[in-house]
Design a protein around this ligand. Sequence first.
Ligand SMILES: Nc1ncnc2c1ncn2[C@@H]1O[C@H](COP(=O)(O)OP(=O)(O)O)[C@@H](O)[C@H]1O
Ligand SMILES: [Mg+2]
Length: 384
Amino acid sequence: MDLMEYQGKDLFRRYGIPTTPQGQVVADAADAEALARKFGVPVMVKAQVLTGGRGKAGGVTYCPDPETARAAAERIIGLDIKGHVVRRVLVEPASDIADEFYLSVLHDRVSKGYKVIASVEGGVEIEEVNRTAPEKVIKVDIDPTDGLDAGAAREILAKAGLEARDLDQAAALLVKLHKGFVDADATLFEVNPLIRTTGGRIIALDAKVSIDGNALFRHPDLAGLDDTESGDPLEVKAKAQGLQYVKLDGEVGVIGNGAGLVMSTLDVISEAGGRAANFLDVGGGADAEKMTEALALVLSDNQVRSVLVNIFGGITRCDEIANGVLAALDQLGTAPQRLVVRLDGTNAEEGQRILTEADHPSVVPAAQMLEAAKRAVGLARQAG
Ligand SMILES: Nc1ncnc2c1ncn2[C@@H]1O[C@H](COP(=O)(O)OP(=O)(O)O)[C@@H](O)[C@H]1O
Ligand SMILES: [Mg+2]
């Protein structure tokens, strides 16, 4: 789960990581102007979207007076930054920058541990620096069982080229950054840029934070920060219902049980010449109620022209699924899309029999996966 900059900075403050003076998020240009008056100028007006490179895209503006803050907010709210539409801006007192650095702590799947990355080339895209001048990017593995003390932090930062006068402050910041990262079950704590102010303070000017979604149950306060306003409305709804759903841009709706089966269903649809409209895993032990929720969700997507229900019965019994699909259709009323239902595994024959006997106009039973995918793609073409 990714956090917006203002949420990341709030988290930083909680862990005592020095950052910008507290700002405020607003959705209205007049409020941005009022905040500029309240904080005193200059302020920064910054787009709050879950993507980087906001500065380059015109989403970050220095405002020497309140009127400029209003104009900047007016321009930035509604702006599309790499497919993310800006709904709110952060207004915060501007800092005087003397120098910009790069600093991050992240999960490293290769070393199966943590990694600190530091560079004196801050404020720019670190991937680019890493490509053109890799020697300027210092990467150090941190053993999760050892942790990171001030001495080790100092060594990393000195190696990265920070000046002696900045080392004490920067090392203290890095120790807290690492501590916060571990405590929050994060996968990324990135500061770009980390700055030295003209007054000589080292602070985080930007905050990019990702929390491990599988650890959110340990952080109920953070779980509430999940962005529900700019996400796909169907994905937001699915999440609330506890369904594993990802919106895709094709025309064949997909419902399956088990992530692996759903993934291969996407492949088979593509092999049959179609494109999946979504990924939806109803999980193990799917019952009629779960099926109704899943079908209702997929059928409500008006990009969906046909649906492929692909179930491999294990603990889930195919006869129950067959009855579930029929009950769901009864409850949902007539949808324009037709369903290809492929049942295999436990009680598959019984399930097929139930569907065949019901002879529902919307349901096409199928036994094989590729055949089912071809039917679903064909139906989508007819419907399109
Ligand atoms: N509070 C601030 N005070 C002064 N300058 C800022 C402030 N916030 C951002 N900037 C400037 O804008 C640039 C881009 O901002 P940043 O928060 O890093 O957004 P992004 O990484 O999405 O482009 C920074 O490198 C810095 O030069
Ligand atoms: Mg940045």
